[in-house]
Design a protein around this ligand. Structure first.
Ligand SMILES: [Zn+2]
Length: 699
């Protein structure tokens, strides 16, 4: 589970990079690689200028800590939102852009990483070349779809679209527009070897709710979506586009009705369904599975973990029951949508008009160079990351971060030992999980290599096509092989952090270990409040509603007693209920169940980081700075991690389709921590006040 919501659109831009990171905050507005190293921040501590002293901390801690920043921040037209840490994300992006620019100047040897970085970027930037090719790159693929003459061939073609574009537990991406998605990861029942997980797919809109919800905004999005599909088909040379678009929508609607909701996708035990390849015909009749697997290059694979069995049964039945022509139109539209970013401008603009403007409320697209940087990050992330880490992550930063991890891990150990409700054997296994936990700081020990990824200087479409196949083939080739527990799932230049439950590992990329999250020159209180609570958050996932399903070796094993589980479920139900009461919109509440694992991690993370901080002081009080006590600095730094401003449409998308609560509600979790009440003299009657017995304590 990753620390931070990136945004839905980043999921659907893995290929087309069109609606790039509309919520991801990752890009600078101006291109200034020459100044890439201008320090983003000179204050080593909390951002006092962001605090709104007119807000009572006990009423609304988020607006107290971030109110002035929110008041003065205007969301640029090419973004769906901004965060307090945007300067950090912008700096990281400028550095990455500079690395790409240097690679472009090197005229490196063909086949080298530098040459690939340069060619991938330049081909993407060559809008004139893309325009001149017109629809030619699409043509062979559309011809292949048009030539499908029966459901047997359809099954093969559907198999050919399978990609490794979902990730159920690490980066938690449950969305693929392809019929299904493949995730290759350590096995639930054999964590020593890589296994094949299959996840539901088939819809373009972010989540089933977009098809099913009665909310006016969703009905409106549906109407506009059908018009958008028709427009895209027309631009791609299709006739009778209104009728085709309606049929494509109806098919997606039928698929969405059978999709498992996001809130249920996080239940490991419901997902642990082993199907032998030979079982699929009986368990999910309709699709010709042998042909599907042949198309996917998976004929040798003997078994799969099917995450949402009911969706597989339903989607397979739809392959049989719905007309061949509808499926062919669905395939054609999904292909066009996926590659719109490297097709002529008219298609790219129409795609942004719907997915950027209508769905996320972003008026304007990011400059192309920023999208180009994203494409390189996406497909050659480690090639760029290797240079990034060597240049921007000094050993002193690594040492300081490791010291914090050690203190926070020790705090977790004490908390677990002191739990009155947990059985001794369960505690022992929990401690063992901490013993074997791999904590990756900054960058991985092994890098992905890209020898087999062919990149051409004049073929933007082909580069992305081959990139997605290269990743797919790399993952398929790993099936059955021994697991590398130290493998990373994020590049060093990612401003995020992640827990990898099947590897019992954590990744803290170099890019998040910078101000305002982490500043070796800032007081410890600030670092523990800001990055320490992120570290605690990720460690907590080791034991939370998902982590508790995996033992110290990453195996799915019930190592909790019934009584442990009962207590845990009761405590966490209280937290789910707390989050259910938050209403970002009059017609839309936070879903406490859907966001539970992340909310638990937030409570536990801040609690453990606070303990780790206190332990680091060795019994002495922490120093005051900037007019705030050390405890006040700790909690303000925590809340300032989450300062953000988001367009309504994008916020709705997050509430419905993400397992993280919006920042405002994540910051409010301080109300569960006793020390916060003392630090800010929070009194009964104030809006966030909870009586001691109502505060949720998990660990
Ligand atoms: Zn998380």
């Amino acid at each position: 589970m990753k620390f931070r919501h990136q945004n839905f659109s980043s999921l659907r831009v893995t290929l087309c990079a069109l609606v790039v990171l509309s919520l991801g905050f990752l890009f600078a507005r101006a291109y200034a690689p020459a100044n890439a190293d201008v320090p983003a921040k000179t204050v080593h501590g909390i951002q006092v200028a962001n605090i709104d002293t007119s807000v009572v901390p006990g009423d609304d801690f988020y607006h107290y800590a971030n109110g002035e920043w929110i008041k003065r921040t205007v969301i640029p037209p090419d973004r769906a939102g901004m965060g307090v840490f945007t300067t950090l994300a912008d700096l990281t992006n400028k550095r990455t852009a500079a690395i790409i620019e240097e690679a472009a100047k090197q005229k490196a040897a063909a086949g080298s990483d530098s040459r690939k970085i340069a060619d991938l970027y330049n081909a993407y930037m060559d809008e004139a070349g893309i325009e001149a090719k017109g629809l030619a790159p699409l043509k062979p693929h559309l011809d292949a779809i048009a030539a499908i003459k029966d459901k047997h061939e359809l099954a093969h073609e559907l198999g050919e679209t399978l990609r490794a574009d979902v990730d159920a537990l690490n980066n938690t991406n449950f969305h693929t527009p392809n019929l299904f998605g493949l995730w290759v990861a350590p096995g639930f029942n054999d964590s020593e070897h890589y296994a094949a997980y299959l996840l539901q797919g088939g819809i373009e809109l972010p989540d089933r709710e977009y098809y099913l919800s009665d909310a006016a905004s969703m009905k409106d999005a549906r109407t506009k979506y059908v018009a958008h599909v028709a427009a895209m088909l027309k631009l791609a040379g299709f006739t009778d586009t209104d009728a085709r678009a309606k049929r494509i929508f109806d098919l997606e609607h039928a698929i969405a009705e059978k999709h498992t909701p996001l809130a249920e996708n996080e239940d490991i035990h419901k997902a642990n369904n082993t199907w032998k390849a030979a079982d699929f015909d009986a368990k999910a009749p309709g699709l010709e599975w042998a042909e599907y697997f042949r198309g996917a290059g998976l004929s040798q694979q003997k078994e799969f973990t099917v995450w949402q069995p009911t969706a597989f049964t339903a989607e397979s039945a739809l392959v049989a029951s719905q007309p061949l022509e509808t499926w062919k139109d669905w395939l054609a539209y999904h292909l066009i949508a996926e590659y719109a970013g490297v097709l002529p401008k008219a298609l790219a603009d129409e795609n942004f008009a719907f997915f950027g403007k209508t769905l996320f409320g972003t008026p304007q697209q990011r400059p192309r160079w920023q999208r180009g940087v994203f494409v390189v990050d996406r497909w050659l992330g480690d090639a760029v990351g290797k240079i990034y880490a060597a240049r921007y992550f000094p050993p002193e930063a690594k040492a300081k971060a490791q010291e914090m991890v050690a203190n926070i891990t020790a705090a977790f150990r004490k908390r677990i030992e002191a739990l009155p409700w947990m059985a001794a054997a369960t505690k022992a296994e929990a401690q063992e999980k901490l013993n074997t936990l791999y904590v990756g700081i900054g960058y991985p020990e092994h890098w992905h290599e890209y020898t087999a990824f062919e990149v051409k200087a004049d073929d933007a479409f082909g580069n992305l096509w081959r990139g997605s196949l290269f990743e797919y083939h790399r993952d398929v080739a790993r099936l059955g092989k021994p697991v590398d527990r130290k493998e990373w799932s994020m590049s060093p230049q990612t401003v995020n952090a992640v827990n990898l439950p099947l590897q019992n590992g954590l990744n803290f990329p170099a890019a998040i270990l910078q101000p305002p999250f982490f500043d070796p020159k800032a007081p410890d209180a600030v670092n523990y409040g800001a990055i320490g609570s992120v570290i605690g958050h990720e460690i907590s996932h080791t034991f939370d509603s998902e982590g508790s399903a995996f033992d110290s070796k990453g195996r799915v094993r019930n190592w909790w007693t019934e009584a442990d589980l009962e207590h845990f479920n009761a405590a966490t139900a209280k937290l789910a209920a707390q989050y259910d009461t938050y209403k970002p919109f009059p017609d839309l509440s936070i879903n406490g169940k859907q966001t539970l694992a992340e909310n638990i991690a937030d409570v536990a993370g801040i609690a453990a980081s606070y303990d780790g901080y206190c332990a680091s002081l060795g019994g002495k009080p922490g120093p005051e700075q900037q007019g705030f006590t050390s405890d006040q600095q700790f909690f303000i730094a925590f809340a300032q991690d989450y300062g953000s401003k988001t367009r309504d449409a994008a916020l709705r998308a997050q509430v419905m389709g993400d397992s993280h609560s919006p920042g405002q509600y994540r910051a409010a979790t301080v109300r569960n921590i006793d020390a916060w009440y003392d630090a800010f003299k929070v009194k009964p009657g104030e809006k966030l006040y909870l009586a001691p017995q109502d505060r949720v304590r998990i660990w």
